[in-house]
Design a protein around this ligand. Sequence first.
Ligand SMILES: C[S@@+](CC[C@H](N)C(=O)[O-])C[C@H]1O[C@@H](n2cnc3c(N)ncnc32)[C@H](O)[C@@H]1O
Length: 285
Amino acid sequence: MRYTVAGLLGAATRDLERSGISGARNEAEILIGHVLGRRRADLYAGSDGPVTLAQAAEIDKMVAARCSGSPLQYITGVQSFRRLALRVGPGVLVPRPETEMLVERCLELLEGLRSPRILDIGTGSGAIALSLATERPDCRVWATEISEDAYRWADRNLELTGAANVELYFGDLFSPLPKTERGNFDLIVSNPPYLSQEVLAAAPAEVREHEPEMALLSADAGMATSIRIIREGFDWLAPGGRMVMETAGSSQWHDLSIWFGKRYKSVQITSDLAGRPRFAEGRKP
Ligand SMILES: C[S@@+](CC[C@H](N)C(=O)[O-])C[C@H]1O[C@@H](n2cnc3c(N)ncnc32)[C@H](O)[C@@H]1O
């Protein structure tokens, strides 16, 4: 049998559509482009050209995995995030576009600071830590992560990025950090787990059944980890240091601004691209 790009694109799109994947054509292009090592825009040039049997089998396997609900990025093994192509797979959260805005906010807060010291809590794939380290090469970044699997992904991404200004620590929130860094950070950033049981139960199966619960779920209506970071992080900030974190939006931003207001100044909420209040921040006096 002779396989062509056009034929495989048609078949993959149909299979993905039947499995209820929205944007099936788009995803078929990504999967096929990934196996053939071609950019999506180049798939159509010579789309009647031959594809080897091994490539067709690989595409088939990937389409089947996607049809059974595995996140697209776990299948291709990569997610682009700002300037980086991060390696991802089972055991780590796929970084989301709104978190790119969290990084943007961090960069704004760092303006005017020389050689800032930054801490990323719950680094996952390393998305925030590595973006800041590469986009502000004069900074130093410390990052912590409690999941062994996620830590391994962050470590791999750190190696691939080659950033020499990032240190990864394995453990709970601030506990693995060198005590000498207490009170030294100019910025603490986090995209913590913030979903409640109810919200997670209503999330798409692709998220609920494949992405790690530890990255998504937090006690006390999704607020427990965020509140711990606000409370414990205060002592790790330098005077004038900032803390900024992603929230679930909804009513969480309001409750978090109250928690910030207990000890921090300049408490502020900023919105994501969709205009939803998303990022809560405060400054240590
Ligand atoms: C929502 S994910 C964010 C991952 C990454 N920062 C990003 O934005 O894509 C939350 C991360 O925090 C980690 N985490 C959860 N509880 C933690 C804790 N107590 N200490 C350190 N990391 C924690 C999870 O394993 C997960 O990798």
